[in-house]
Design a protein around this ligand. Structure first.
Ligand code: WT7
Length: 697
């Protein structure tokens, strides 16, 4: 039996009769549907619609609990039943999961389905085609400009994937080799990811908003055989010259001893003419000149479940990005299953996730999760407010999108643009909404629910991370009541726990650090080339558990409320940025002596980057300098990491041992001046007064 601590519904015996959970206060429930904020968010239950529930994969709290219970008590049985729905060239050994999750017992190890031989590309494409989905649309592509679009059926997608796979093999890319992909949201991005997977190559997609320096850093770390890019792209009204960025990155990599022999470049004539593209003969190759010449079939490379599938770099609390490594079998089973249940996926759905494939969301829930389910996936090249703020709903109506998965920052910015931009579109096709990237505040949740979803679509607020591979805490639409702003309850097989600063597991209503007990199939296996950092960052803070880096509150009903990062990571519009990375970019500026960066609340972006900078002796602060400091960050990391405020700091608040007191900086940045706390331990308490005076300088 489930112990009280592993039963996620342990506080909610009355869940059987959801009405009674709300204390019978029906008027409060109606108020939620009408969009008024109730007195307490915790009691604001939004009940599942009966008709929706009756057709859902999971229809009631009891059914969830029964499945959850099995997933915890018999993880091997639970996950191997699901894994058996996929194609395995050879079955895994008897041990479905082999793990050491406790640093005190030795090296951290996570293995799922070890010995099983499979291929995720085969399972996404060939397997679905054999099941009769060959003519089903796999990708609906909508370009930056309205009117530019395209489709690929599963058959056509397979053909294109095979051509790229054959080309990669031909230039010598082998199983285990890294391939860097620096592409915008063209169909060629998921095509290339799948092509790598088909031949056992390890893709590392770098979001095409990262700067040359960031790209070079990643090239130097994983030493790819080839870099795949595109000459330029239009994002909204802007043209971005990607090839120039790649050229600079390849040059910088070469100076650090990593040379790139092949740069495969997709010719994107709507953004740039071929003849205007800078070219290095011998190294640069036009995609369109080679790929179509290759055969449209390509045998798959069968790999072990624990062979690497991809590397994805993400930010941590030091300046160096971490290469999060995911393997094949467990990731496959986990992304497919989470996609199916958290969105209540049905074969007739048209699914749109607004994330870019350069982030984990685009890996697990644009490419792998949906395609493993044979879904029709919309890939959008542009931005949601171009040419106007109604673009998203125009697309929803055009393709009759049924599942729409996006980030709170987009919800808040659309909310600010006014309801009319939404309500002038039908949106009748929508049935499930999703949110990811940061906590969604209850008022944005309600607007999403009431205005976008016409109070009929459940919202899956999915909490997870690059490291977790797939959803960890998420509503299952139709299964249980939702609470605006809460990610609700754990997915199958996931045991979230909340610990205090001593690592003691807290019970009942509590708040603290969010950790996970035991592994799940989609967990990352290591940080590329640095297993020690993997253990130190994630498994040493609270021995025995995986530490997420997030704070969390669990309410009386067992619902989870994520409260944001507790480490030096800032979340800007759902993009994860390390304070140390921004600081190191700022101090690379010749006139900047020291920098301290904090994240503060931002109305639309969730968090904004606020930077305190100390200048080199004798340098005066000026508007010009402010701009060039921001430019330094754009150049070192990317435009999305640009600080929105530079605060000139002739001195920083430090302890006598020289440690910067960020707590004080955060209060100054958010202008909570009456909450500065004790400043007497500072080496020089007068700097605080000085900083306050310079706040609006
Ligand atoms: C961090 C992970 C996972 C895909 C996108 C970001 C925050 C993510 C939620 C959510 C509250 C969330 C956390 C987490 N986060 N989703 N639904 N509610 N917070 O992936 O870049 O690895 O960032 O994003 O702070 O630790 P990532």
């Amino acid at each position: 039996n489930l112990t009280t601590s592993t039963n996620p519904l342990r506080h909610v015996e009355s869940m059987k009769h959801p009405q009674s959970v709300a204390g019978g206060n029906i008027s409060k429930l109606n108020a939620v549907t009408l969009g008024e904020a109730p007195a307490s968010e915790e009691n604001a239950l939004v009940l599942p619609n009966k008709e929706f529930s009756s057709k859902a994969h999971v229809q009631s709290p009891e059914q969830y609990l029964e499945m959850y219970k099995r997933s915890i008590e018999d993880p091997a049985g639970f996950w191997s039943d699901i894994a058996s729905e996929f194609y395995w060239k050879q079955k895994w050994s008897d041990k479905v999961c082999d793990e050491n999750f406790d640093v005190r017992k030795g090296r951290i190890k996570i293995e799922w389905f070890k010995g099983g031989i499979t291929n995720i590309c085969y399972n996404c494409l060939d397997r679905n085609i054999e099941a009769g989905l060959g003519d089903k649309v796999a990708i609906l592509w909508e370009g930056n400009e309205p009117g530019m679009d395209g489709t690929l059926t599963y058959n056509q997608l397979l053909h294109q994937v095979c051509q790229v796979a054959n080309y990669l093999k031909d230039i010598g890319v082998k199983k285990g080799d890294a391939v860097i992909i620096y592409l915008p949201m063209l169909m060629e991005l998921p095509i290339t990811m799948l092509a790598c997977a088909r031949i056992g190559a390890v893709h590392s997609v770098v979001f095409a908003g990262f700067s040359a320096e960031s790209l070079a850093q990643r090239i130097i770390d994983c030493k790819p055989k080839v870099v795949i890019t595109c000459n330029a792209v239009k994002r909204g009204p802007k043209t971005i010259n990607l090839k120039d960025i790649v050229d600079t990155a390849i040059y910088q990599s070469a100076q650090n001893g990593v040379s790139i022999d092949v740069c495969l470049t997709y010719d994107n004539p709507v953004a740039m003419k071929r003849e205007d593209t800078k070219w290095q003969e011998g190294r640069d190759i036009w995609w369109q000149d080679v790929i179509p010449r290759y055969p449209t079939t390509c045998p798959v490379e069968w790999v072990d479940a624990e062979d690497p599938l991809f590397l994805l770099y993400t930010s941590g609390s030091t300046g160096k990005p971490k290469g999060v490594l995911h393997t094949t079998g467990g990731y496959m089973v986990y992304t497919a299953t989470t996609f199916k249940y958290a969105f209540d996926y049905k074969p007739s759905d048209v699914y749109w996730c607004t994330a870019d494939c350069g982030w984990i969301t685009g890996h697990s829930y644009v490419t792998y999760g949906p395609m493993l389910n044979g879904a029709t996936v919309l890939v959008f090249e542009g931005v949601p407010n171009y040419p106007d703020p109604g673009r998203s709903w125009d697309i929803v109506d055009k393709y009759k999108v049924t599942i729409f998965y996006t980030a709170p920052t987009l919800v808040r910015s659309l909310m600010r643009d006014g309801d009319e931009n939404v309500t002038r579109y039908s949106r009748k096709s929508l049935r499930v909404l999703g949110s990811v990237g940061e906590p969604i505040n209850p008022s944005a949740w309600r607007w999403f629910f009431n205005v976008v979803g016409d109070s009929t679509c459940p919202i899956s607020d999915t909490w997870w991370q690059t490291e977790t591979g797939g959803f960890m805490i998420t509503p299952l639409p139709g299964a249980w009541p939702q609470k605006p702003g809460s990610a609700t309850l754990p997915f199958f097989g996931v045991q979230p726990i909340i610990v205090n600063e001593k690592g003691v597991e807290l019970e009942g209503e509590c708040s603290g650090y969010l950790c996970i007990k035991k592994s799940w199939p989609g967990a990352f296996r290591t940080l590329y080339g640095d297993h020690e950092r993997y253990e130190t960052t994630y498994f040493k803070p609270f021995p025995g558990y995986y530490f997420s880096g997030d704070g969390c509150r669990r309410d009386k009903d067992g619902y989870h409320w994520l409260t944001g990062r507790v480490d030096d990571v800032i979340n800007v519009s759902g993009h994860r940025i390390g304070t140390a990375e921004v600081e190191s970019a700022l101090v690379s500026h010749p006139q900047c002596a020291e920098a301290a960066v904090v994240g503060i609340e931002h109305e639309v972006k969730g968090q904004g980057i606020y930077a305190f900078v100390t200048l080199v002796d004798g340098v005066p602060y000026s508007e010009e300098l402010r701009k060039s400091l921001i430019l330094a960050v754009r150049n070192q990391i990317g435009a999305f990491a640009a600080p929105y405020k530079i605060h000139w700091a002739p001195g920083l608040p430090k302890t006598r041992s020289g440690k910067i007191m960020r707590r004080i900086l955060r209060k100054i940045a958010s202008r909570q001046l009456d909450e500065l706390g004790d400043t007497s331990t500072l080496a020089d308490p007068s700097v605080v007064k000085q900083l306050i005076e310079l706040a609006d300088c």
